[in-house]
Design a protein around this ligand. Structure first.
Ligand SMILES: Cc1cc2nc3c(=O)[nH]c(=O)nc-3n(C[C@H](O)[C@H](O)[C@H](O)COP(=O)(O)OP(=O)(O)OC[C@H]3O[C@@H](n4cnc5c(N)ncnc54)[C@H](O)[C@@H]3O)c2cc1C
Ligand code: FES
Ligand code: FES
Length: 496
């Protein structure tokens, strides 16, 4: 059935830039990925498919977009990026870098450093390095380890790859993309028409409303539609669960979901569509543990696409932001129609797969309070790998001290229950305890065993999870007492 539109102007085509031209698509499957379009429709098979779930980086492409008044180049996994998410962006792939027989500087450096063997990972690695080349600052060893955390090379080894990058990514890009940055930014500005975009009909569509009101109206009309943030979860519903999503509402063009602000109480307020990459420095400024947590969140590709709102709205018991922000006293702000409401983040998670979000309601913002005088915070992520791995256990804690005595405690865990959850008994057991008397912490470490009945799964056994949670609590208290300096793997990486 044709789309019945409201009063706002509606554009019936997806528009983006590719190979120096505007592309307009007025027909495509809502569930099509960028990788499908490149390989199947454009015959651009230089971009590879490895895992099809955002893990290996073989499919890495770069999107250039206008952000904060400048043109930024970020890597994305094309396998789980939906085609509609290209609206307003410039898509750059491995086949667009060389000019005739002349390789791009990062490609030539890869050749010179013998940084490729079977070559399957190489297009993705080159695109990640191309993003580093345009990052605007000289690459460092630690920065490159982060840059490449989402690019799996099984045969060459990373030493020559990093050598190639250190040779070329000096913070002063001098390729034809840099030379044409102003005109490319102007071409993107010309695409930003501020109108709602809907491609398809009422039975199957990809919609990208441009305002909160349009979003609220559209979602009220189609409450069964899938809301799409960065697609780092939803993309896998398509590629791994083969779900035939027919109605998709992408939030990436909604004005009002795209800003970081401050509440009247001085908390940071992240619009739901703030990417995990953009949230990283703001969270790190609250506490360095949040910086390390976010650095270890997926990979650069996942953080460029994934959003703060998506990480809360998905209700995952192993999502990293929820426990970190619950311990801080965070809130989630929801909107339905014209009505908004805010609730403590812990109350949003009701049961496995069930959140306090009504039909037609969406996440507007997520609030993260800063630490006040006398408040102390720690957050730990324990996973099998340092990089690009989901938490087996996540624990975050905020204490309020009265001198050396604990006046109030908030402890939240991930991976320990069907939802992210506070450790109510452990919190109670800490009240009145002294940081100078470790024997007084024992009750809390034991109580955490009563707070949670974790599962055994492929990431960890129940017994391991319980032991780790108790140990993380003791580690946090030991550090806060001053008896031991903080130790984090990220610190070692940064020092390399
Ligand atoms: C390789 C890989 C590594 C990962 N590593 C981590 C990790 O280290 N830690 C971690 O916590 N997660 C990780 N994830 C999971 C995922 O990246 C995060 O949960 C991410 O924050 C999801 O955000 P998104 O914007 O991509 O969500 P989407 O996939 O777009 O959406 C997720 C869910 O939220 C809903 N939704 C999105 N936005 C809203 C909104 N504003 N209002 C209402 N509903 C909404 C969607 O309908 C969907 O149900 C990883 C994923 C991949 C593929
Ligand atoms: S194919 Fe592995 S991340 Fe896309
Ligand atoms: S060169 Fe073979 S996987 Fe990297």
């Amino acid at each position: 059935m044709a789309f019945e539109t409201g009063p706002a102007a509606v554009r019936g085509a997806l528009r983006f830039r590719f190979r120096g031209r505007d592309v307009a698509l007025s027909r495509f499957s809502p569930r099509a990925t960028v990788l499908d379009w490149l390989r199947d429709d454009m015959g651009a098979t230089g971009t590879k498919e490895g895992c099809a779930e955002g893990d290996c980086g073989a499919c890495t492409v770069v999107l250039a977009r206008r952000k904060g008044g400048r043109l930024v180049h970020e890597p994305f996994n094309a396998c789980i990026l939906l085609l509609g998410q290209l609206d307003g962006a410039e898509l750059i792939t491995i086949e667009d870098l060389a000019q005739g027989a002349e390789l791009h500087a990062v490609q030539q450096a890869m050749v010179d450093a013998h940084a490729s063997q079977c070559g399957f990972c190489t297009p993705g690695i080159v695109m990640s390095l191309f993003a580093a080349y345009h990052a605007g600052e000289p690459a460092t060893y630690a920065g490159l380890c982060d840059q490449l955390a989402g690019n799996l090379c099984r045969c060459t080894g990373y030493r020559p790859i990093i050598a190639a990058a250190l040779d070329t990514c000096d913070g002063a890009p001098a390729d034809r993309f840099a030379a044409t940055a102003d005109e490319r930014a102007a071409a993107l500005a010309a695409l930003a028409d501020g109108s709602d975009m809907i491609v398809g009909d009422e039975d199957a569509f990809f919609a990208a409303p441009a305002s909160l009101d349009s979003l609220a109206d559209l979602y009220a009309r189609f409450p069964d539609a899938t809301l799409l943030g960065g697609a780092t979860d939803v993309g896998l519903w398509i590629t791994k669960q083969l779900r035939d999503l027919k109605r998709i509402i992408w939030l990436g063009r909604v004005k009002g979901l795209d800003a970081i602000g401050e509440t009247a109480e001085g908390a940071l307020s992240f619009g739901a569509m703030i990417s995990l990459s953009d949230a990283l420095p703001r969270l790190a400024a609250i506490h360095p543990d949040l910086g390390e947590l976010m650095r270890r969140f997926g990979s650069l590709q996942v953080r460029a696409s994934g959003t703060v709102g998506g990480n809360i709205a998905n209700g995952s018991p192993i999502g990293d932001l929820a426990p970190a922000l619950i311990a801080l006293g965070g809130k989630v702000v929801l909107r339905k129609g014209a009505k908004t409401r805010a609730l403590p983040l812990e109350d949003f998670f009701i049961a496995y797969g069930k959140q306090d979000r009504g039909s037609g309601e969406f996440v507007l913002a997520v609030e993260a309070p800063r630490l006040a005088e006398g408040q102390h915070y720690r957050a730990f992520k324990v996973s099998k790998r340092f990089d690009e791995d989901i938490s087996a256990v996540m624990l975050a804690i905020r204490l309020e001290l009265d001198g050396r005595r604990i006046r109030a405690a908030r402890i939240a865990c991930g991976g320990m229950a069907a939802t992210p959850k506070r450790a109510a008994e452990a919190e109670k057991a800490l009240i009145g305890a002294s940081l100078d008397e470790p024997t007084g912490w024992r009750a809390a470490a034991e109580a955490i065993g009563q707070d949670f009945r974790p599962l055994t799964d492929m990431r960890a056994t129940a017994a391991y999870r319980s032991t780790v949670a108790a140990n993380l609590l003791k580690k946090a208290l030991t550090e806060m007492s001053g008896a031991a300096a903080p130790t984090r793997i990220g610190m070692l990486h940064a020092a390399e």
